[in-house]
Design a protein around this ligand. Structure first.
Ligand code: NAP
Length: 278
């Protein structure tokens, strides 16, 4: 039995689809806080649980041997402990490339701590360290639908944005193929793309101009800190352009080496999700 957390999210929904499609890995469960709302592929058992309350995960973990875990949604130490007690043998953890690129930042240090806890847990592990997701463009969806100006800092810094389905494909390989345990994979998309180019791509797909303006770090910080707090806002701004380094800019071939298919582009993600911006 595989339990997928974040099952209604960008990675988790693609992972369930891919696992169901390949038929590998045996029975599947998707975790959600609201099973009535969740739409899973046929044959996937929807289970309710709250990652913020590790004790609530007991029914979801019953009989599970492999766990796909999105980090820093709940108290990861307690979640890993609950998994170990339930008899989970292998955890595939979504961490972040910032562990490698920006270890001094708070969120990166938290991810590193979770990675170490997992590595010391006695369970087998595979760690995925993706770069920023193509789906972060959803932050602009409300503004685009409402005809408002998209306001972005660091508009011309190109990063190797990854399609969440590629993280899912690597997770599927980690969960179902031999030789993937005890490995840490840094994951990127196939090319660097700037925020300005992302908006241009969306404009082309939507068939209309999208008003766009570059804003200062201070303006962006004000917007972000209002809903994620000062420290996370600073970290987001550093890793999206304020403090880039060669490791962050590097386009890696990990996805294609593991999946055997080229990593998907931002354009592919945008064309699959264009309806959300209409
Ligand atoms: N965005 C990036 O650029 C980036 C980069 C590196 C790493 N990451 C990592 O990627 C992960 C996010 O992946 P994603 O984009 O696929 O997720 P997402 O689309 O943002 O969806 C969030 C998922 O988490 C679930 N969730 C949220 N709170 C929960 C709770 N208290 N209990 C149970 N489930 C909860 C939601 O399920 P329900 O609403 O159905 O309960 C939903 O399925 C995080 O670990 C993040 O740190 C993101």
């Amino acid at each position: 039995m595989i339990l997928v957390t974040g099952a209604t999210g960008n990675i988790g929904s693609a992972l369930l689809k891919e696992l169901r499609g390949t038929g590998a890995g045996g029975p599947l469960r998707g975790l959600t806080r609201d099973a009535a709302r969740a739409v899973f592929p046929a044959g996937v058992e929807a289970v309710e649980g709250d990652l913020a309350r590790a004790a609530s995960l007991k029914p979801a973990l019953d009989g599970v041997r492999s766990l796909f875990l999105v980090s820093r949604v709940g108290p990861d130490a307690e979640i890993l402990d609950a998994a170990l007690r339930a008899g989970v043998e292998h955890v595939v953890l979504v961490s972040s490339i910032t562990v490698l690129t920006h270890p001094r930042l708070g969120p990166a240090a938290e991810n590193l701590a979770v990675e170490r806890l997992l590595q010391d847990s006695g369970m087998a592990w595979t760690i995925l360290r993706p770069t920023q997701f193509a789906s972060n463009a959803l932050w602009w969806a409300g503004a685009i639908r409402g005809g408002e100006t998209i306001r972005v800092p660091y508009a011309d810094i190109g990063l190797p944005t990854i399609h969440p389905a590629d993280i899912a494909s690597v997770a599927r390989a980690a969960l179902t193929e031999p030789g993937r345990r005890g490995r840490t994979y840094a994951l990127t998309g196939p090319e660097r793309i700037t925020a300005r180019q992302q908006v241009e791509t969306l404009a082309e797909l939507l068939g209309r101009e999208l008003p766009f303006t570059e804003i200062s770090r201070a303006e962006a910080h004000r917007d972000l800190a209002a809903f994620m707090g000062d420290e996370t806002a600073d970290a987001v701004l550093d890793v999206t352009g304020g403090d880039v380094n060669d490791e962050l800019l590097l386009v890696r071939d990990t996805v294609s080496r593991i999946t055997g298919a080229p990593a998907r582009t931002f354009r592919q993600w945008a064309s699959e999700n264009a309806a959300t911006f209409r």
